[in-house]
Ligand binder design. Structure first.
Ligand SMILES: NC(=O)c1ccc[n+]([C@@H]2O[C@H](COP(=O)([O-])OP(=O)(O)OC[C@H]3O[C@@H](n4cnc5c(N)ncnc54)[C@H](O)[C@@H]3O)[C@@H](O)[C@H]2O)c1
Ligand SMILES: O=C(O)C(=O)C[C@@H](O)[C@H](O)[C@H](O)COP(=O)(O)O
Ligand SMILES: [Zn+2]
Length: 339
């Protein structure tokens, strides 16, 4: 991670790869801002580069887009000695990672993370995948990139909503594992300038939380589930609202508040925690609920969560700030919780 690092993308890739041919996978928005510069930088370092661009947004994170990407890679003649560079936010990273992990049974890939969500979360840890009509990230792999480039200066071009969306995951990291990060967040004003000025510290803390958790449990069988705090409800909201309507970090913010509210009512977590999370979420201009709170549809979506095992589902709770725990509940209890 370094400010201005994007301009050295070519040297960075050359320090990691011998590959001759590279396909940059990006979206229409990030591509229009950064693809030419990154392509020129890679060409300057001696690579043969092509760019595959898909329409921006969560609605593009589908198997249909993956199929068009495979076609592009095949037409470009990409082989297993070549590589893919994901240039964009979490949607690009998840999709490009999935394409790289499945094309010809797997080719090398790198992540250049441009959104706050990607810089604090999605570019690290190796979860790749796409959504289906049934559930968020229903199809995917665990595949680590060969490297991740983070240039916090890229955040200057990010929209306000997208910037605040990334704060959902930062707040989550503080809550599950990093009280120092929580205290840093308490000291911020919530204004865009203040956030951008402190971006490096937020990125460092969040990536460090993620690194420690993933090193312990890369394949999500135990403590990695802590990173899913707020996601069971959040993912259900994203899927039922229609992908892209409620952004990922927004769903996570709502999910963290709502699950903690239920847990606090049951005496499972520290009193006052729901209000503390709500205050933090509001400070960073994130939503606390959705207008269309359809219990039946949300419950159905939650049954597709990857933390479900038969009639049981693992939920993640934060008993007090800086700690997480798993609470396994019967699926039949979910609709009462949501109600
Ligand atoms: N794999 C993981 O561990 C993980 C972790 C968290 C989130 N995710 C996934 O990430 C996705 C959300 O990520 P996201 O919010 O980055 O979504 P995104 O990639 O759709 O980016 C949000 C918007 O910001 C634009 N954008 C990105 N960088 C920009 C920049 N520097 N300047 C201007 N515009 C820019 C994009 O074009 C898009 O319009 C979800 O699909 C979520 O499931 C995955
Ligand atoms: O890396 C993880 O593990 C996480 O849970 C991080 C989450 O922020 C991220 O949204 C992840 O993609 C969710 O994974 P999923 O397994 O619930 O699809
Ligand atoms: Zn997430």
């Amino acid at each position: 991670m370094a400010r201005g690092y994007l301009s050295q993308a070519g040297e960075w890739v050359a320090s990691l790869w011998q590959q001759q041919k590279i396909v940059i996978i990006t979206d229409s928005h990030v591509g229009s801002l950064y693809a030419d510069g990154v392509k020129a930088s890679l060409e300057g370092a001696g690579f043969d580069v092509a760019v595959f661009t898909f329409p921006e947004g969560e609605a593009s994170k589908t198997l249909a887009t993956v199929e068009t990407a495979y076609q592009f890679l095949a037409e470009t003649g990409l082989t297993r000695s070549d590589g893919i560079v994901a240039l964009g936010g979490g949607v690009v990273g998840d999709l490009a990672g999935f394409v790289a992990s499945t094309y010809m049974r797997g080719i090398h890939f790198l992540q250049i993370a441009t959104s706050l969500t990607a810089q604090v979360d999605s570019s690290v840890g190796g979860k790749t995948g796409v959504n289906t009509a049934y559930a968020k990230n229903m199809v995917g792999t665990f595949t680590q990139p060969d490297g991740v480039l983070i240039d916090p200066d890229c955040l200057a071009t990010l929209g306000e909503r997208e910037l605040y969306e990334g704060m959902g995951e930062v707040i989550k990291c503080g809550l599950i594992a990093d009280i120092e990060l929580w205290e840093i967040l308490q000291g911020l004003t919530g204004e865009v300038d203040n956030l951008l000025a402190n971006a490096e510290s937020l990125i460092y803390h969040a990536c460090d939380v993620k690194r420690k958790v993933v090193v312990e449990d890369e394949l999500d069988n135990g403590t990695r589930l802590y990173l899913n705090f707020g996601h069971t409800i959040g993912h259900a909201i994203e899927a039922t609202a229609g992908y892209g309507t409620v952004m990922h970090g927004e769903g996570v913010a709502i999910g963290m508040i709502q699950i903690t509210k239920v847990a606090e009512e049951k005496g499972l977590v520290a009193p006052g925690l729901t209000q503390a999370i709500r205050d933090m979420v509001v400070k960073f201009h994130l939503p606390t609920t959705v207008a269309d709170w359809d219990v039946a549809r949300l419950t159905k979506a939650m049954t597709m969560d990857k933390k479900a095992r038969g009639a049981l589902i693992k939920t993640v709770l934060v008993p007090k700030i800086g700690q997480a725990m798993i609470n396994e509940v019967d699926m039949s209890a979910i609709s009462d919780w949501l109600a």
